[in-house]
Design a protein. Structure first.
Length: 516
């Protein structure tokens, strides 16, 4: 694809974890002055490969060369010395420190550092590539995109010429994503080698020069981005043709199912997380919840599910059979269930709140169904059959039904959780980031399951990160900003950039429930 010496050349890389071979004789070249997209399904080995390059894992076999010289990368210190830097999806910052203090944290040096000189160097880096960082700003006062910028500047400050970015746009607005892409292009033009790990194929098409695909731990091929498209990339990842269209059937006879009125919530420190939020979720529709990270999406779903006490406001469930109204405010999940409210919730915290890591798949299925049994003896046959059904239908990669859930990858854990909640025949299904960490094939499986629930008359509330998906999947989109509703728009025909602006208070407020 390219001539000349690669900035990084990985040859015959092998890495196994017990009987599972994550990388099986993988080859990869990364060139200076290019943006390489690294693609693959969950479990394809791409993260393991980059963890080897970033010093987190050591390969069982194979060779790594940097600028034509074979190297041994045994620690993150070796990585910095080689000019390699990785920006992880989950930031490694200390909230109470400033940007400058985080950037130099852990660097060698004795005595008092000249923080003014540090600040000047940070500003020089920002001016060169188009960043915007206040060296003296505390991390806890920063937005998600500002924290990400600090992470990128941190690796550049330490001399990185080869950068690995893991899902860098996962929690960014369209405007923040475009700003990041401008910076990445400037870095590419300055000769940096950039590796982008992402599941968003439209972004791959927009920003990358070349695509490398892994499938089941092996090289599946390379493509020049300008000569390919999303369908070919997906086919290469999955090994077969995949349809990349999200169905959106029209809601049939929608009826109010959940009515939220002026809901207000404070956290334990008295900080308002939700401020007079009002909306109605209808049967047979998908209501999307959009907002930048930390704007109250998670808290909204948890409050409806009875996990947080309300400060004020109400949450009303309307029974489909009788139209009876049930006030859910102040009720815990057990009390909500006892009143006949058929509500399923896929939380953001999969293992902390949704599943028990040390339990196997069958026992985790029992957590949802044990209350229904009338016998003093626990029914294990039904949960075991359900676990087997979820594994088969959602292609969960697991050694067996007796495997503890904590030993599964994040994507497979998510499949188990979504499958369990949908199997309970809910009338309301709430999902918080249902496809976070899932590859494109698994994501489209989940979208299809959600549409199946919608067609059964379930009211679906879908919190998502990818605006493109929200616009394609949802019938209406409620936009949260700082715990308030900044607008409710129809999914069909909504403008992506306008929704992005509404997420940051710059958009036109459109809070008409009549738009439903």
């Amino acid at each position: 694809m390219q001539s000349g010496t690669a900035a990084v050349s990985m040859r015959d890389i092998v890495k196994a974890f017990g009987p599972v071979v994550a990388n099986d004789k993988v080859d990869l070249d990364i060139f200076s002055g290019e943006i390489l997209a690294l693609l693959g399904e969950n479990g394809s080995g791409k993260t393991t490969l980059m963890n080897i390059l970033s010093g987190i894992y050591y390969p069982d076999a194979g060779h790594v060369s940097v600028n034509g010289r074979e190297v041994s990368i045994r620690s993150p210190k070796d990585v910095y010395d080689l000019g390699i830097g990785m920006v992880h999806q989950h930031f490694k910052l200390v909230d109470v420190l400033t940007a400058a203090e985080n950037i130099i944290l852990g660097m060698p040096g004795e005595g008092n550092l000249d923080m003014k000189a540090v600040g000047r160097k940070i500003l020089d880096i920002c001016a060169l590539y188009g960043f915007s960082v206040d060296p003296g700003q505390k991390v806890y006062d920063m937005s998600v995109s500002q924290k990400q910028t600090v992470e990128i500047v941190k690796v550049l400050y330490r001399g990185a010429k080869i950068l690995i970015l893991d899902e860098p746009t996962a929690v960014l607005t369209p405007q923040e994503t475009e700003k990041l892409f401008r910076v990445l292009r400037n870095m590419k033009n300055d000769g940096k080698a950039i590796v982008l790990i992402t599941h968003k194929l439209h972004e791959v098409e927009e920003i990358s020069d070349r695509v490398a695909v892994l499938r089941r731990g092996k090289n599946a091929g390379e493509l020049v981005t300008k000569n390919t498209d999303a369908a070919e990339m997906t086919n290469m990842m999955v090994g077969r043709a995949v349809t990349l269209n999200i169905a959106r059937p029209e809601p049939k006879d929608p009826k109010p199912r959940i009515v939220v009125d002026r809901l207000t919530l404070r956290d334990e420190e008295g900080i308002i997380k939700l401020n007079e939020v009002s909306f109605t979720a209808y049967s047979g529709e998908v209501l999307g919840i959009a907002g930048i990270s930390g704007c109250g999406q998670k808290e909204l779903l948890e409050t409806i599910a009875g996990l947080h006490p309300l400060k004020s406001g109400s949450v009303t469930y309307i029974k489909p059979e009788t139209g009876e109204k049930i006030d859910m405010a102040g009720l815990d999940p057990r009390e909500i269930f006892s009143l006949g409210v058929m509500l399923s919730f896929v939380p953001e915290d999969r293992l902390g709140m949704g599943l028990v890591g040390n339990m196997d798949l069958t026992n985790n299925m029992m957590l949802r169904s044990f209350r229904r049994g009338k016998s003093v003896f626990t029914d294990r046959k039904t949960p075991r059959n359900l676990a087997r059904s979820v594994v088969d239908e959602l292609s969960v990669n697991t050694p067996g039904l007796t495997t503890p859930v904590r030993r599964l990858s994040g994507g497979n854990v998510q499949k188990v959780l979504v499958g369990r909640e949908i199997s309970s025949s809910p009338t309301v299904l709430m999902t918080a980031y249902a496809v976070r960490g899932l590859d494109i094939n698994s994501s489209y499986t989940i979208y299809d399951l959600i549409n199946q629930q919608k067609e059964k008359g379930v009211a679906v509330i879908f919190v998502g990160e990818d605006l493109d998906v929200l616009l394609e999947l949802c019938d209406r989109i409620l936009v949260l900003c700082g715990g308030r509703v900044s607008g409710i728009v129809a999914g069909r025909g909504a403008d992506k950039n306008e929704v992005g602006l509404m997420m940051t208070k710059h958009g036109k407020e459109t809070t008409h429930e009549s738009d439903a």
